[in-house]
Write a protein of this length. Structure first.
Length: 319
C-alpha cells in the first residue's frame, strides 16, 4: 500500500534534506595538499643540453613541478645555458641557488639534473657542498655520449653546421629568458659532452663515481666534510610510441651506440653515478622528463609519478 505525503510535508522534507547536506559539506574538512613529496629541503630541477626551464608556457620537466608541489614539495626550476660547458652552467646554477637561499631562507637543496644537468648538479655539489643535501641524476652524461663523439669527429672545417645550430640554440635560450643566451655554442657543449670532456670533468669532480666499470657508486659521500646522498636513474628504450614525433630522431642517434643499451642520447653505463636505483626504465631520453607533452610508451611507468616517488625517497632519508 502506498502513502502519499501532502505538498506541505514533502516541502519540509526537502528542506530538511538540503539543510542536512549543507551541514555535512560545512563539517567536511577542506581538501588538503598531499605530503608524499614533502622533503626537508627544496628540490631544484636542472635541464640538460638544448634544454630550457620554460618555453612559451611549456616546461622542460613537463607537468612534473606541479605534481611535486601538489604533494608538498617546494620546487625551484633552474635556467642555465642550453649549450655551454658544465662549469659555465654550474656557475649559473650556483648563483640561482644563492638567490633562492637569500630570498627564502633555504639552507640546502636537493638537486635533480637530467642529461647534461647531471654533471651540472655535480659541479654545484662540488663547488658549494654546504648548500647541497642530495644529488640525483636522470640519464646523466657522466661518461660522455657517443653522439657527441661522432658529431665532433665529423664536424666540417668551415663550421657551417655549427653556426646554424648555434643560432638555433641561442634562440631557445632567448625564448627562455636566459641571461647568457648569446653565449650558447654547439661545439663548446659537444666537447663538454664528449667522452674526453667528461673524463676531464670527472677528474676534477670524482665524488660519487662508480667503484667498478658500469657499476654503482656510494649512496652517501662527503665533499669537504659535507655529507650528501647520490642517486642515478636512466632509461634504455628508444622508439617507445609511434605518436611521439621525437622517437624517429632518437632512433637515429641510438645507432651511434652500436648496440650498447641507451636511451637515444646517453648509454646505460654513462648514466651511472652514486647509488644506481634503476638504469633500465622503458623510456627514451625525452620520456625521462615526460616529453614530448606526456607521450610515452604503452605500459611504461608514469614519469611524473617517478619524480614524486623519488621525492618521497628523499623525504624518508630526511633530506
Amino acid at each position: 500500500m502506498l502513502f502519499k505525503m501532502s505538498p506541505k510535508v514533502c516541502s519540509k522534507a526537502a528542506l530538511a534534506t538540503v539543510a542536512l547536506a549543507t551541514a555535512t559539506l560545512i563539517a567536511a574538512p577542506a581538501a588538503q595538499a598531499g605530503t608524499t613529496a614533502k622533503t626537508k629541503y627544496p628540490i631544484v630541477l636542472v635541464h640538460g643540453f638544448i634544454g630550457f626551464d620554460n618555453v612559451l608556457g611549456i616546461q622542460y620537466f613537463y607537468q612534473i613541478p606541479s605534481a611535486l608541489r601538489d604533494e608538498g614539495a617546494t620546487v625551484y626550476i633552474a635556467s642555465v645555458n642550453p649549450s655551454q660547458t658544465t662549469e659555465f652552467r654550474g656557475e649559473e646554477l650556483i648563483q640561482q641557488m644563492k638567490q633562492w637561499a637569500a630570498k627564502d631562507g633555504v639552507k640546502k637543496f636537493n638537486l635533480i639534473g637530467h642529461s647534461h644537468g647531471g654533471p651540472t648538479v655535480r659541479y654545484a655539489a662540488g663547488t658549494v657542498p654546504t648548500m647541497v643535501a642530495s644529488v640525483s641524476t636522470v640519464a646523466g652524461t657522466h661518461f660522455g655520449s657517443a653522439v657527441a663523439d661522432s658529431i665532433l669527429a665529423n664536424t666540417t672545417p668551415d663550421g657551417t653546421f655549427d653556426k646554424a645550430a648555434t643560432a638555433g640554440l641561442q634562440l631557445i635560450a632567448w625564448l627562455t629568458g636566459n641571461k647568457t643566451a648569446s653565449q650558447a655554442d654547439l661545439l663548446t657543449a659537444l666537447n663538454a659532452l664528449s667522452t674526453t670532456g667528461a673524463a676531464a670533468f670527472n677528474t676534477k669532480f670524482p665524488v660519487g663515481a662508480p667503484t667498478t666499470t658500469c657499476g654503482s657508486g656510494p649512496l652517501t659521500a662527503k665533499i669537504a666534510g659535507n655529507s650528501m646522498n647520490w642517486y642515478s636513474f636512466s632509461g634504455t628504450s628508444v622508439k617507445t610510441n609511434s605518436l611521439d614525433i621525437s622517437d624517429a630522431l632518437l632512433a637515429y642517434t641510438a645507432d651511434y651506440f652500436k648496440g650498447t643499451a641507451n636511451d637515444g642520447l646517453v648509454s646505460q653505463c654513462s648514466s651511472h653515478w652514486g647509488k644506481v636505483i634503476k638504469d633500465n626504465y622503458p623510456w627514451n631520453h625525452l620520456d625521462e622528463i615526460n616529453q614530448v607533452l606526456g607521450v610515452i610508451g604503452k605500459g611504461a611507468p608514469d614519469p611524473v609519478a617517478f619524480y614524486v616517488q623519488h621525492a618521497n625517497r628523499l623525504k624518508w632519508a630526511l633530506l
